[in-house]
Ligand binder design. Structure first.
Ligand SMILES: Cc1cc2nc3c(=O)[nH]c(=O)nc-3n(C[C@H](O)[C@H](O)[C@H](O)COP(=O)(O)OP(=O)(O)OC[C@H]3O[C@@H](n4cnc5c(N)ncnc54)[C@H](O)[C@@H]3O)c2cc1C
Length: 713
């Protein structure tokens, strides 16, 4: 047995012994109003003869009874006033009660915290965070309003991460007012007939008001603080708009749409193309390109599907023309015409924020109650020596290519790099995928990276993980990389930089307002997606992150529109609990929630359930029998912590798990749902089945086996 456990058992034994003694000797009878009144005079005269001794014994009794959460604190507090008078009574009671409460808090922490925090780690995570941030404040409120029994506060707070010194000081301050009231009542003991008399409804109400006061003050301080910056600017007497949105990408479009839907007057300013990155240079063209590449990959597998060899060669220019046709076809969804029809005033031009109430565009100043910054992000191009001397590609201009590069270097093994590398390789480029990390798709688990890497290699992509780009030598047209301490030269015709995306935070006026930029280079926002210093300037989409997806941009846009238009009456904290995403390589890699590496980093215990899609009827029929569904659950529970799916249409079939996580249903419910046969979505049900078998009640099954044997006998 460890020392800690031995001490725990010792402490429990001591507590039990004192509690038993308290009951056995009937000490409770002395802690009543009648008993106190009866003995008050004699104790008081003894106190006058032996002040230190009586004060010492009183403090000790008070501390022990509070530490053990024994009933009688009220009587003892009254006794403090009755015996020692107001001044000394307050000092004695205040310190004794705080020391006793802190001992109870420490006992709870020592005996229970490890167990409770270990068992309910996930559930307590946000509470812990809240306590770390505002624990002192909440404790003060709880102490001031005597609604919850103090012994309960001691026990519960012991389980949280609040510091002991903070607990002591805040408890003492918070209980002081109550102590004064009770000790004072003790000095008037002769007039008190019952304990209820001390806490009249009027007194309770004033306690409650005092308790609410810190909350109210916090709200007032917040409002004053946020208006501190606004005060410097002249507030227009009348606003032209309720909301001006800067940027007509996914985030800006959705926020403007919601504003118009609730009949607010909204202007949407776009300097380039409506639809932003997603439509013009991101999701849409990349998925159109991936589609052509996939079809070509089937041509190459013609024999496998029962055809004679098909011409497995791409007309790259035609492929890129199709990509543009797809963009054109989707364009009306994000067009000025559509949004104007929905009630949004669309303005073509470059916006500049002149003040928190004014946005300038095309030489005209628009006044607005709220501003939404949705300016997106741009490809990150690091200062690699020699790079600026060659005409490198990024996701912005790769769509202008009409000639297939013979040798293409894709710099960056993240989602964009992987999607484009595979597509270009399928069209016939010799693609080198250069990644500094030891593997591509580093955010995903190792088995995921391994599977995709394997596939890339069989399709001819040179996956160069662990390669650090050092410089470009223009004359030779080579990228020099460091790999295992050596320099390696990789020749190329084109080089595509896909090393991430940096938020567009400059050039439109936020620097003049000193709007806070996070250490990730994005516009910092609070939980309501307001900039940290202006309550009426909101941000959404890639410009603030933390996720850079179209669906998260539009998710944030809803919060932005509602919070801008309806606060202070109603506002919502943005909810990032269940965020899915997909990398559209072949096979696709889709994820929601935790994967194994994140669970390990966060110290979250989990059980893995693995279902191989190579076993799935529909996948076999499709010629796509590869990949897996990996589900993480807490050990012994069917609750979904996270799912990774690698396989054909993984991005579609993961939705069932997204719904499960969002709405709190588990694997048992997925198993109990009818899935159409034969579909890829059945993989979800089979994964749930694997989990069920692994968690089958063994004893019950043994019993059933015996039961059936008995029925046969
Ligand atoms: C190659 C690639 C593939 C991708 N694939 C996917 C995918 O499959 N799924 C997915 O979810 N996400 C994908 N993304 C990410 C997705 O495109 C972005 O997350 C999304 O477009 C972000 O939207 P946004 O509104 O924040 O920014 P943007 O779409 O960038 O919109 C910002 C807009 O603001 C305008 N603007 C900027 N400054 C001003 C100014 N001062 N005045 C007026 N207008 C201004 C810009 O012109 C731009 O149109 C992909 C991205 C790339 C690059």
């Amino acid at each position: 047995m460890s020392k800690k456990w031995a001490s725990r058992i010792g402490l429990i034994a001591l507590i039990c012994a004192i509690v038993v003694a308290y009951r056995w000797f009937g000490l409770g009878q002395y802690l009543s109003l009648e008993s106190l009144k009866a003995h008050q005079a004699s104790i008081h005269s003894y106190y006058l003869e032996n002040p230190a001794l009586v004060a010492g014994i009183f403090a000790l009794v008070y501390i022990v009874s509070t530490a053990l959460s024994l009933p009688g604190a009220t009587i003892l507090t009254l006794a403090g006033g009755a015996i020692f008078g107001l001044g000394i009574g307050i000092i004695l009671v205040s310190f004794s009660s705080t020391i006793g409460a802190t001992l109870a808090f420490l006992a709870s922490r020592f005996l229970l915290r490890d167990f409770v925090q270990g068992k309910f780690k996930d559930k307590l995570a946000s509470i812990n965070q809240g306590v770390e941030k505002e624990g002192a404040f909440y404790l003060f409120t709880l102490r001031l309003v005597p609604i919850f029994p103090f012994f309960l506060i001691n026990l519960v707070m012991g389980l949280t991460p609040i510091r002991t010194a903070t607990y002591f000081v805040v408890s003492q301050l918070g209980m002081l007012l109550g102590t004064v009231v009770y000790v004072n009542a003790g000095t008037q003991l002769a007039q008190i007939d019952s304990l209820k008399g001390i806490l009249s409804p009027g007194l309770l109400l004033s306690f409650a008001l005092i308790g609410i006061m810190p909350l109210f003050s916090k709200w007032v301080i917040g409002a004053v603080k946020s208006r501190k910056h606004l005060r410097k600017f002249k507030r227009p007497a009348h606003f032209d708009y309720n909301m001006v949105v800067i940027g007509g990408g996914s985030a800006g479009l959705v926020s403007a749409y919601i504003a118009a839907a609730v009949k607010a007057k909204v202007a949407l300013i776009e300097k380039h193309k409506m639809g932003g990155d997603c439509l013009n240079t991101g999701c849409v063209p990349s998925k159109a390109l991936i589609r052509s590449a996939k079809i070509l990959s089937y041509f190459k597998r013609a024999n496998e599907f029962g055809f004679d060899a098909l011409p497995a060669k791409a007309d790259f220019a035609k492929v890129m023309e199709r990509v543009q046709r797809v963009v054109k076809e989707i364009e009306p969804h994000d067009s000025v015409e559509r949004y104007s029809g929905l009630g949004v005033e669309c303005i073509q031009g470059e916006a500049k924020i002149r003040s928190p109430y004014e946005v300038e565009v095309n030489g005209k100043t628009l006044t607005t109650k709220n501003i939404v910054v949705a300016t997106g992000a741009s490809p990150l191009v690091p200062p690699i020596p020699g790079l600026s001397e060659v005409s490198y590609l990024t996701s912005d201009n790769v769509w202008n290519l009409r000639e297939l590069p013979k040798r293409l270097i894709v710099l960056g093994g993240g989602p964009i790099g992987c999607e484009l590398a595979q597509s270009f390789a399928r069209f016939g480029s010799h693609v080198s995928l250069v990644e500094m990390a030891p593997r591509i798709m580093v955010r995903e688990d190792e088995d995921v990276s391994a599977l995709v890497t394997e596939r890339f290699k069989t399709e001819g992509v040179a996956v160069l993980a662990g390669h650090k780009a050092l410089r470009i030598e223009k004359a030779e047209k080579v990228l020099v990389c460091e790999f295992s301490g050596k320099e390696i030269k990789i020749p190329f015709d084109e080089i595509l930089v896909a090393l991430g995306r940096k938020a567009n935070v400059k050039g439109f006026g936020i620097e003049n307002l000193n709007i806070e930029i996070s250490n990730k280079g994005t516009v910092a926002a609070d939980e309501f997606l307001r900039t940290t210093n202006y309550p009426n300037i909101f941000v959404c989409g890639d410009v603030t992150g933390p996720y850079q997806f179209t669906h998260t941009a539009s998710h944030q846009a809803w919060y932005v529109a509602v919070n801008a238009l309806f606060s202070p009456f109603k506002k919502y904290k943005v909810d990032y609990r269940v965020i899915p995403w997909c990398t559209f390589t072949d096979p696709e890699v889709a994820r929601v929630g935790l994967n194994e590496q994140e669970a390990k980093e966060k110290g979250i215990s989990y059980q893995v359930t693995h279902y191989g899609i190579d076993d799935l009827d529909r996948a076999i029929a499709e010629g796509e029998a590869h990949g897996f569904v990996k589900v993480l659950t807490p050990p012994g529970s069917d609750k979904v912590l996270g799912v990774t799916i690698v396989g054909d249409h993984a991005g579609d079939i993961i939705s069932e798990y997204v719904a499960a996580m969002k709405h709190g249903f588990g694997l048992n419910k997925i198993l109990g749902t009818i899935h159409i046969y034969p579909t890829l979505a059945e993989a979800n049900k089979y994964a749930a089945g694997v989990w069920k078998r692994a968690n089958a009640p063994k004893k019950a099954l043994e019993f059933l086996a015996k039961y059936h044997a008995w029925r046969r006998s």
